[in-house]
Write a protein that binds this ligand. Structure first.
Ligand code: PLP
Length: 399
């Protein structure tokens, strides 16, 4: 294992699958025609996009291919859905989201607030579960949109989308629902008809396609305006010459992800649980930040009391272990994550919280190696912590 990278940061981004790359390659230097051109040379790329759209339709169990829109990333999917649906419904001024959304939703909501929208941010409990009663109370006749994530990027906690849709639609059947499913794709099944959502977004680089391609599902009963205005591509809903190789890539990745869901639910979950249990058993000042909540199979978020997460990451880095102390966008700042703050994770462990996220490339040997390396690192950092009295008291309770 020495000199090897042990990549446990798959919620930040994933390795491109060889089969995805192989499917993409012909569309760079061989089949490079513009899919909008009339000649025969452009027909292959046009057909490849059609095929990829079909694969995404199957991946989401959408009704038809017209409901699938290719974008450049998860952030663009969210921006298009949120702004696009509100533009069509300008007389309604109330919108709802949760306190634990990714910044690509939260910051759009904050900018809408400045434009005069009334926003409700729904709470989560200490396990990261959404307060459904508060959500029910919040929906009213003026509610244009509810935006909720399917799985949280920092904790992996799954929100009960079907239940959320029921709650929202039973109070206001005209309210539209956008689901950020970026961290659900490839980890759990996504069935838009079963969920009953109006719009749903994913990002290719979180499930073994490259960075720079995403998808937005918009059901046929929902009308949105485009974010990018120009040509007629994507039925006028997203201008710009189609990124053919990347669209082919996300199509292939969706196909592979669907085939891998059982492995996620069994083997990846087993490895995640082994990692989690291995650390919690050996480290007295470790606590699972999510308690018993329903989570995607690949993610764990563990708080190490009275030590700094950044120091843990540095030490893990010495062994080639890649993990994260918050979401990729917020790490780099010493502010504790907004997700863990919303969960009221105690201040004693919020700064020492580490997220590890596995993928189909994670091996048992890697997990055993991480379990072996963790305790001495934490032990070393615990010994230099300024909170020795508190740690002694904790040790007495735990050991
Ligand atoms: N939503 C969630 C839950 C995410 O975790 C991320 C990325 O980390 C995004 C949206 C944004 O996706 P992208 O990086 O493709 O814009």
């Amino acid at each position: 294992m020495e000199n090897k990278i042990i990549y446990l940061d798959n919620n930040a981004t994933t390795r491109v699958d060889d089969k995805v790359l192989e499917a993409m390659l012909p569309y760079f230097c061989e089949q490079y025609g513009n899919p909008s051109s009339m000649y025969t040379f452009a027909q292959n790329p046009a057909h490849a996009i059609k095929e990829a759209r079909g694969k995404l339709k199957d991946f989401f169990n959408a009704n038809n291919e017209k409901e699938i829109l290719f974008t450049s990333c998860g952030s663009e999917s969210a921006n298009t859905a949120i702004k696009g649906v509100l533009n069509m419904n300008k007389n309604k001024r109330h919108i709802i989201t949760t306190k634990v959304e990714h910044p690509c939703v939260l910051n759009v909501y904050k900018s809408l607030e400045k434009q005069g929208y009334k926003v409700d941010y729904i709470n989560v409990n200490s396990n990261g579960e959404l307060d459904l009663e508060q959500l029910k109370e919040a929906v009213n006749d003026d509610t244009a949109l509810v935006s909720v994530m399917y799985a949280n990027n920092e904790t992996g906690v799954i929100f009960p989308i079907e239940k959320i849709v029921d709650i929202v639609k039973s109070k206001n059947s005209e309210t539209k629902i956008y689901v950020d499913a970026v961290q659900a794709a490839g980890k759990i099944n996504i069935d838009v008809q079963e969920l009953g959502v109006d719009m749903l977004g994913v990002s290719g680089h979180k499930f073994h396609a490259p960075k720079g391609v995403g998808v937005l599902y918009v059901n046929s009963k929902t009308v949105i305006t485009p974010l990018i205005i120009g040509g007629h591509q994507e039925r006028g809903l997203r201008a710009g010459t189609e990124n053919v190789p990347y669209i082919v890539g996300i199509g292939k990745a969706a196909e592979l992800a669907a085939d891998n869901l059982k492995y996620e639910a069994t083997e990846i979950k087993r490895l995640r649980d082994k990692l989690e249990a291995g650390i919690l058993k050996r480290v007295f000042n470790a606590r699972l930040n999510t308690g018993v909540s329903n989570r995607v199979p690949n993610t764990t978020n563990i708080g190490f009391e009275y030590i700094e997460g950044e120091l843990i990451l540095l030490h893990l880095g010495d062994y080639g272990i890649c993990a994260s102390s918050g979401s990729a966008c917020t790490s780099g700042s010493l502010e504790p994550s907004h997700v863990l703050r919303a969960m009221n994770v105690p201040f004693t462990s919020i700064h020492g919280s580490i997220r590890m996220s596995l993928s189909k490339y994670t091996t048992e040997d890697e997990i055993d190696y991480v379990i072996e390396k963790f305790p001495p690192i934490i032990d070393k950092l615990t010994r230099i912590s300024p909170y020795q009295d508190e740690l002694d008291a904790l040790k007495k309770i735990k050991v």
